[in-house]
Design a protein. Sequence first.
Length: 164
Amino acid sequence: MNLKDYPRWDEPDREPRLYRRNRRIRLGRMRGYRAVQVARRMWFVTLTATEIDPEELGRCERSATLTATSREFWIRSRRRARALVEHDQAMGGAGTMYPVEYRHCAVCGRLLLGPEAHEYRLKQLGTVRHWHYEYGPACNLDCKPNGRGPGGAHLTYKRKDKAV
């Protein structure tokens, strides 16, 4: 075959159009992949034979906003929850742990648990044009922005151009 039989790749705009189309397809697929929200879980642990001081749990393991007693508490670490329940059962108790989905509202920062968190995750998976605010959907009717800026707006830090 001769080179003259192939399509003209040296035509202006032919190759860049293909590159632009492929880049648009690739970025759209990645945008869809990144948009999938992961269901975050927290465990409600109940101990019967043993007690634990809630302050003994690490800061990253316990929830500061949810109640915690010596026998009932919320914990984020599944391994730690399972270890505590197994220890309680080894001491003759009937400790239990229940997984519950949780999520923070992107607008007001309120902690959502259970079905409320599941519904909010589905709202976040929806299209951005159906969101109530530019940074996320409202979690309920009383949801209002809780930012640090003027009028409760979220602050965005932008790099200022240097004057030449």
